[in-house]
Design a binder for this molecule. Sequence first.
Ligand SMILES: [Fe+2]
Length: 588
Amino acid sequence: MEPKTPPDARQSDTTRHPTRRDLLKLAAAAGAAGTLLAAGCGTDDAAVAPDAGASGGTGGAGGAGGAGGGAAPDAGPDAALTDDLPRPEYTGEPGPEGLYRHGVASGDPLPDAVILWTRLSELSGEAEVEVFWEISVRPDFLVRIAVGTVVASSARDFTVKVDATGLPAGTSLYYRFHALGRTSPVGRTRTAPPADAVVERLRLALTSCASIGHGYYHTFRELSTQPDLDAVVHVGDYIYEYENGRYGDARETEPRHECVTLTDYRTRYAQHRADAWCQAAHRQHPFICVWDDHESCNGAWRDGAENHDEAVSGPWADRKAAAMQAWHEWLPVREQADGRIFRGFAFGDLVDLSMLDTRLWGRDRQNGDAVDDPERTLLGRDQEAWLSARLIGATARWRLIGQQVMMGHLRFRASENLPLGVLNFDQWDGYAPARQRLFDVITDNGLKNVVVLSGDIHSSWANELTPDPNDPAVYDPATGAGAVAVEFVGTSITSPGLAALQPALLDRVRAANPHVRWVDISKRGWLALDITPARVQGTWMHFERIREENPSQVPYVGGVWAVRDGVPRLVEEAEPAAPRADAPPLAG
Ligand SMILES: [Fe+2]
């Protein structure tokens, strides 16, 4: 497809939720905080209490409203505050200028809650530092709807995570932190619509795979400029564990050695979050993240990894625990008691989203000789059961599954005389009976509108999912008959794709995989998902040169494919969805 001018692929308003409109109108009027708070409390299921609850994730003072004592007349830039909520109080020496140099972030949006994140940088020792947070419906914070305190400490690398609850649903919100006399940049986030809301449109970004050695995060830069995203779905390889120079040479890694210990992983995350464009994307949108293998180690599975040698790097269990801890510290995810990361989200009556862990929870070891072994699992039996229950119980129009490795078959015939073989044992092809069990859940229960969102393979794919794409009795590529779901595979942010495939080889891959409706193997970028009751449209946005730090580079439309309500068939569309005109302003 010829490159086109990048679209302004934004959506129209999503949520029919009068409470939100009332709230925003009142906020715009700004003057009567009491009225605003009354509106937030009185008309939402999720009441906005003056000290709306926060559960601090750092094990510190998670309670709300603990730092403040009413409005002070000399409150500086906050002097015009018109609410009665507590304000930050600090009278000591100011903290380091770079206190917030890793920015702010948010994630895991629910109708009444969202995770807020920051880090107090350039601190050391055993000090415990109180952090005051506040949320407003306005970017100028003249009217706040929730405040609280949490404690930062070295136990969690001075990262701070707040699960702010009691928030208005389907609403764009602004937040910031105060600590040691310094105020963080303002972040912008958005809660999910109410469970019973009629949602007409939703816009998500799908992204994955940011190798710092392969260039610059133009995708994150681009996402940070788009006001109408409801959330960013990140399906893993947020970092890569490799030592400097082993995987790309465009930028150097910190630390320079391979990540093995907790300190190593923390340092690598800190490097990524010091990246201005990565930080900018987090600042503007809530992220929904799961890990893939490189947050721990290449080729990871439940009890080991291809790139882990115990004789060199020590016990896998220790490395895995360190990697999981650093990920939880540095990413704005809602933490679960047993470390599991598979979890669900709902966006009114439009989308039910299940996020999976195909890596560390239950995956059996990759084994090319056992791809048909029905005992092997990619998810673990308990996660399989959890996913089945969610898919069957979902009442939303679309059942989205966010996960790491490509689910569609990827077969290859090494020569004309040989049978089709599996190209990559690490993806669902290597666990064929487990994939079929999922397909059986879909067909046995008559489930419609299942859409799988994947990453890992560093290239762009639009796949129809069928039990056997090469059996004419099962699947007809001309009509899509026999498909049970569809899959959008987003390309990487920087990590290298399959460009080394010779054109002739690619032609043979295409011929062996008729369910692959479209593929681009060479471009980096992201996938925009514009979702309405009528269709899910995926638009692959591609960049030409990610090795260059040229901020004027704009992406172009690589491909536009959609699935329509009720029919698991991918159709090419001429243009991305039109932009949404009334998206709330970005954080300034
Ligand atoms: Fe990757």
